[in-house]
Design a protein around this ligand. Structure first.
Ligand code: BGC
Ligand code: NOJ
Length: 815
């Protein structure tokens, strides 16, 4: 088994020790509005806010695993050319290391006694990235070399950039001033922004024409200018503008030279656009380069990135968990993934092009569950943005663009689970903050411009939507699909060029979803809790009535004998039932019926989980989505039957839904099972990286299942709802620190052999230092809760009323 690297937990880094990882292993730079994707070989691209509408550097498609564009440094020393990140030249290095850290990546390559370190990060609240570069002569002789930088610019609108060459090859414009290369395509017309790629040190040459730097028939692995050891000072007119600098260095033995490159997105704001015809006003660009020409400013910016992450992560830290994988995921990497999914939803990764899906309605609502503790203010705004893409009848735009915040008309709505997720995100926000004022915030409906409805109105509209759209079994109608985008029961598509997600008439349709029924139970129970917290007893009772009614329907209509049916198709035939030839049992309806509280009094919930264990689970890979996979395409089921067996929604291990089962086990006090299941999909616990292939530090959306020819192969890393839900599992369900309306609830569910652990949790301005002891070897049940020396009844820590900001909590399990 090849070894590609290891976790450096003390520094919160993953250290990649060889560049040829089984797939590109990605990291994200940036946490506010400027983002960069950065792989272990410096591949990737950057954008401001929206990977489609404000793309700064180009990334040529279809690029996984090729990963062909990026933030490249070339070294020319004698006759050899190489990159510290190995690619694109792939010249063999004497040493290589890439440290992916929190919001930064540090790549170090060494060859023939020269070491080049490239540290890439985005300073907090700034719209730029810095590459701090150190070149070291590790030999005992003076060394001469040339260093070249390289990025390829994107003409900002990424889809146009990759498709509309008849225009884009004629619009490229740049300006050069000293070491600053300004990319100003379309600036003369409607854009009020431009990109800057500059160096903080004097340069010895530059190029802005790709043809001049790379060569018409060369590639990035053998760029003409680097081979020649000389940039041509080219000026790009149209075609493909690039940014390349040349720096000639003579280093004494042991000498190091440090400087920086800055890649910035600059909005001109109210400043005059031009100094003279065709000469842009570069005041802002100059200021930026001046600022970072001071090495202390670069250091301070990097220190700020680290400090910011430490501060964010200090909200939840569990320093002494008896399992190393859970510990590092919950403390570091899982929270990092939650930040990425919150910021980017499903828009830009190695698998999401940044030009397709923007923010997903259901996705972003779920992402909040794992993010809200980090930056509740930003979660608040996001919830309001999402709600504003709902229509007044309750349907929702399935996706929206982050820049415009407008619903995406191409995909439209009618994914009938969408509205309910808003209830979950809103309740999670209020549990975290206690801030019920969010409910009064005005966020009108997308189809009623200027409407003044409140968030609470949206919540009620969402609940009403499910109640009012039910089918022959009185179960919720599914629409185009529910959480499982591929369960397209109204689609009936025979044309390969149709979209499964939008084809089919859902008006007057009859197909129903048991998963939505379970989700409704969960959402309604959440809302009952919220109304009680607000002292609105009558509303609580009203919504409890909806809950009871739906529960009755689920138990009467959806129990298949040993598990919950998944759905009823357009002809009211069951899907996910023992009567089906394939696809007899699905995971989502077991999960959501259990999570929603079904099967609690009649033993069905436990049976449903046991059925998952029996038919879907393997300890190596986790739970497949259903069983048996579909071997043929089913017109009446849609995309779920389109995938080859064992991949994606056709019985692949879809990590996201596994997490709901993990919560299910903890509801039954099955702490050993919960951890075993947790580890089955945990990236840090994957041993054979040649088989798993994906990053060991973040969840992948999918792992090929036991039913596939390539079991255990991970795919679609980073942007998956698994991020948020795994954090919920680890932090709340297993370690048991649960924000609730009236205070922190403590309810761990752990393996019996765990002797104890501790958690520090900042919650509503108070730092709770929680120690859990498990002297009797139990999994669940709080026997005693001692808060600042006083024994408390129940397991909710009351909020301090005397201004205390630090509270000590001692928990003993074993009730
Ligand atoms: C994928 C789903 C995805 C959907 C919408 C399908 O092809 O299998 O996971 O949610 O497309 O983009
Ligand atoms: C990925 C999508 O982003 C998400 O919305 C969906 O629930 C899952 N695929 C399952 O189909």
């Amino acid at each position: 088994m090849a070894n590609y690297g290891h976790f450096d937990d003390a520094h919160r880094e993953f250290v990649i020790s060889r560049p040829d990882t089984p797939l590109p292993w990605l990291n994200y730079l940036g946490q506010d509005e400027f983002f960069g994707l950065c792989t272990q070989t410096a591949g990737g691209y950057s954008f401001w806010k929206d990977a489609k509408l404000r793309r700064i550097t180009r990334y040529r498609y279809n690029n996984n695993p090729m990963d062909n564009d990026g933030r490249f440094l070339y070294v020319k020393q004698g006759n050899s050319i190489w990159n510290p990140g190995w690619k694109p030249t792939r010249t063999k290095l004497d040493a290589f290391e890439c440290r992916h850290g929190l919001g930064y990546s540090r790549i170090t390559g060494k060859k023939d006694g020269i070491e080049v370190e490239q540290l890439m990060f985005v300073p907090p609240q700034e719209n730029l990235e810095i590459w701090k570069v150190s070149v070291r002569n590790k030999t005992k002789k003076p060394q001469k070399l040339s260093l070249f930088s390289f990025v390829e610019f994107c003409s900002f609108e990424a889809l146009n950039d990759m498709t509309n060459y008849q225009r884009t090859y004629s619009i490229g414009e740049v300006e050069i001033e000293d070491s600053a290369i300004y990319h100003k395509t379309e600036y003369r017309e409607r854009r009020n922004h431009y990109a800057l790629f500059g160096c903080t040190r004097k340069i010895d040459g530059y190029d802005t024409s790709r043809d001049a730097f790379v060569g018409v028939h060369n590639g990035l692995h053998d760029p003409k200018a680097v081979l020649a050891g000389k940039c041509t000072n080219s000026h790009a007119y149209g075609w493909n503008p690039v940014g390349a600098h040349q720096i000639n260095l003579t280093l004494k033995p042991g000498q190091e030279e440090t400087f920086a490159f800055v890649l910035a997105y600059i909005d001109q704001g109210d400043l005059p656009k031009f100094d003279a015809p065709f000469v842009m006003n570069k005041v802002k660009g100059r200021e930026i380069l001046k600022k970072y020409s001071d090495p202390a400013a670069v250091e301070a910016a990097f220190t700020a990135v680290k400090a910011r992450w430490e501060e964010l992560l200090s909200t939840y830290q569990a320093p002494s968990v008896p399992n190393e994988h859970l510990q590092r995921m919950v403390n570091t990497w899982n929270q990092v993934q939650c930040m990425a999914t919150f910021n980017l939803s499903r828009s830009a990764s190695g698998y999401e092009t940044g030009i397709g899906r923007g923010m997903g309605y259901r996705d972003s609502n779920q992402d909040i569950l794992g993010f809200v503790h980090l930056l509740p203010e930003r979660a608040r705004q996001r919830i309001l943005d999402i709600a504003s893409t709902q229509l007044s009848d309750g349907t929702c735009f399935h996706q929206y663009q982050p820049l415009t915040k407008k619903g995406n008309a191409d995909i439209g709505g009618d994914f009938n689970d969408d509205p309910l997720w808003l209830v979950l995100s809103t309740c999670a926000y209020i549990r975290e903050t206690g801030d019920v004022t969010i409910l009064d915030e005005v966020c009108g409906y997308a189809d009623k411009p200027g409407s003044k409805d409140s968030l609470l109105h949206h919540i009620e509209t969402s609940i009403a939507y499910t109640l009012n759209n039910r089918g022959p079994h009185n179960l919720p109608l599914i629409g185009h699909a529910d959480w499982n985008d591929c369960l397209n029961l109204n689609c009936f598509s025979k044309e390969p060029n149709e979209s499964f997600q939008t084809t089919g008439d859902v008006k007057g349709s009859k197909a129903e979803s048991v998963m939505i029924a379970g989700l409704f139970l969960y959402a309604a129970r959440d809302l009952v809790g919220l109304y009680k917290f607000m002292g609105q007893a009558a509303d609580a009772t009203r919504v409890q009535g909806y809950y009871d009614d739906m529960l009755k329907t689920v138990e009467e209509q959806a129990w298949d004998g040993a598990w919950y049916t998944r759905a009823f198709d357009a002809d009211s035939n069951p899907v996910g039932s023992k009567s089906c030839k394939e696809g007899k049992i699905y995971i989502e309806s077991q999960a959501w019926c259990v999570l929603g509280g079904a099967g609690q009094t009649n033993g069905r919930a436990k049976k449903a989980l046991q059925a998952v264990d029996k038919y879907l689970y393997t300890p190596e890979h986790g739970c497949a989505l259903q069983y048996p996979p579909y071997s043929t395409y089913h017109l009446e089921l849609g995309e779920v039957s389109s995938y080859p067996p064992g991949y994606k929604e056709n019985a692949g291990v879809f990590s996201h839904n596994n997490t709901w089962i993990h919560i299910g086990w903890t509801m039954f006090g099955e702490g050993d099972k919960a951890l075993e299941y947790y580890l089955s999909i945990c990236p840090s616990a994957k041993k054979d990286h040649d088989k798993y292939r994906s990053e060991p530090y973040v969840y992948a959306q999918m792992t090929a299942s036991q039913f596939s020819p390539t079991p255990g192969e991970g795919k679609n890393s980073w942007l998956t709802g698994t991020g948020a839900w795994s954090f919920v599992v680890a932090s709340q369900s297993i370690l048991g620190v649960q924000p609730d309306f009236t205070g922190l609830r403590i309810d761990p569910c752990v393996p019996k052999k765990w002797k104890g652990f501790s958690v520090t949790r900042k919650f509503r301005g108070v730092t709770y230092s929680i120690t859990v002891k498990n002297p009797k070897g139990k999994s669940k049940g709080v026997k005693s809760l001692v808060v600042d020396g006083k024994k408390i009844a129940g397991n909710v820590i009351p909020l301090p009323t005397d201004g205390r900001t630090a509270v000590k909590v001692e928990v003993t399990l074993g009730a």
